[in-house]
Design a protein. Structure first.
Length: 464
């Protein structure tokens, strides 16, 4: 049997493409070795980036950012509904191995880069609907990200935006606790587990892209252990053998953020010393993974305190002007993120993070995949080259400009980073949108970068 379309990788990007192709009547199959495994990642996105009808779990119209001053962002931010994004039409065949097809897409996730975004988060009980995109207040070179995830919970996450290599997750965990959030987990005291592409069959899976089958992280970013591209030329992977036993939480994929992103919730390692699972890296070269949560508690410790106050809030409450408040949830696990911001594109037909959709300055890619899936399906239906839809000339130019922006950001120290984001959040709204979301907006991206450079003052020499 020859299929019209074969998608290798069952994360959000891979499933979006398979669904779009099937809806156009194309004979479609997807390679997903764990098709019933739920995604535990949190995928966030700007609502205006998403196609009509995209299922969402939560919607926030109050979006704040804090650099030197407080800024309100007049855009709606959403968290995607994983269960609905996971669904496929009955007409899509779910396979364990690839078969012959007219078009075969690699959707197995991001390949290892050098610059990384890392984060560690916990969940609190709260009915807040407000998002804090970035809170740079306080000391240090990390910021706090908070987002309602539904079911009376809010994710509170300590994030290192970009570093080469990424900040260790253990250090981020300590910083989160110093703010008064996050309890002990089963990975307490355990060394970080790394998968470099030589574990499991094939290479290891993803870092924030739509990796193979199963759950993975991402708000930016997910991570999974799994087969990469050594066998079959593009295999969705099963969990790889890591230093601490076979991964039972990894094997899944998610696409990284061109638009949202999200972060992978640590599951529980099923085997290996200390019940530490492997959350994998990416294909050949693999991105580093992080041990899954063991049996320990992972709930936040804060009571009614705010998450935005300087120094955040402990048991006695925070000093911030916009408190999320709420109680820590014991035993819910923590969210851990590690993914490349400069992941290279794989050769041949690819989609999602494998195709380089990750935004170098934000780590977002899921929204881009959801946007492009119907257009790529139409190209396949019409017998046209999908690559011209996936990477048109303008998108290549914008991506190169964003990569320049990433390099500039990596040169800034902690105080300079705060100054930079103060300038960014003072930009006119249309320029912010152009830089964050205008994948083919060459003029808007150039204008945003030009205005930032003009107002950068003493930072200019680091922005060139």
């Amino acid at each position: 049997m020859t299929y019209d379309v074969m998608v290798i990788g069952g994360g959000p990007a891979g499933r979006a493409l398979a669904r779009a192709c099937a809806e156009l009547g194309l004979h479609t199959a997807i390679v997903d070795r764990h098709p019933h495994r739920p995604w535990t990642a949190t995928y966030g996105a700007w609502a205006d980036e998403l196609p009509f009808g995209t299922p969402v779990k939560t919607t926030s119209t109050a979006v704040m950012a804090y650099a030197r001053e407080e800024h309100r962002i007049d855009r709606t931010y959403v968290v995607l509904d994983n269960a609905k994004l996971h669904e496929l039409p009955d007409t899509v065949d779910v396979l364990q191995r690839p078969e012959a097809a007219r078009y075969t897409f690699n959707a197995t996730g991001a390949r290892k880069g050098r610059a990384e975004q890392t984060a560690v988060g916990t969940f609190i009980s709260s009915t807040s609907t407000e998002v804090t995109l970035m809170d740079w207040r306080g000391d240090g070179d990390t910021f706090l990200y908070t987002v309602p995830v539904g079911d009376g919970r809010v994710l509170v996450e300590e994030t290192c935006l970009a570093r080469r290599p990424g900040m260790p997750l253990g250090e981020l965990r300590q910083r989160l606790r110093a703010r008064g959030w996050g309890g002990r987990t089963g990975v307490e005291g355990a060394e970080e587990v790394r998968a470099h592409g030589d574990t499991g069959e094939g290479s290891a899976g993803e870092g924030l892209g739509e990796t193979g089958d199963g759950p993975a992280g991402e708000r930016l970013g997910g991570e999974r252990a799994g087969g990469g591209l050594r066998e079959w030329g593009a295999a969705a992977g099963s969990g790889g053998e890591g230093p601490r036993g076979r991964d039972e939480t990894g094997a899944g994929g998610v696409d990284g953020l061109g638009g949202a992103e999200v972060r992978g919730t640590g599951g529980r390692g099923r085997s290996g010393a200390g019940d530490v699972g492997v959350r994998g890296g990416t294909g050949p070269g693999a991105a580093e993974g992080e041990g899954g949560t063991g049996a320990g508690e992972a709930g936040g410790r804060a009571g009614a305190g705010g998450v935005r106050g300087r120094g955040a809030a402990g048991m006695g409450g925070g000093t911030g002007t916009r408190d999320v408040g709420g109680q820590g949830l014991e035993g819910v696990g923590e969210e851990r993120v590690r993914f490349p911001l400069d992941s290279p594109r794989v050769g041949g037909l690819a989609f999602g993070a494998s195709a380089g959709f990750i935004h170098p300055a934000t780590g977002y890619s899921v929204a881009t995949a959801l946007q492009l899936a119907p257009r790529v399906a139409e190209a396949c239906k019409g017998g046209r080259d999908p690559l011209k839809v996936i990477w048109p000339a303008k998108a290549r130019v914008v991506h190169a400009m964003r990569r320049k922006g990433l390099e500039a950001l990596l040169r800034l120290d902690a105080e300079e980073t705060k100054d930079f984001f103060e300038l960014f959040f003072r930009l006119d709204a249309e320029l912010q949108v152009a830089y964050l979301s205008g994948r083919e907006d060459v003029v808007g991206t150039a204008r945003a970068m030009g205005v930032l450079f003009k107002g950068a003052g003493r930072l200019r020499w680091k922005l060139v």
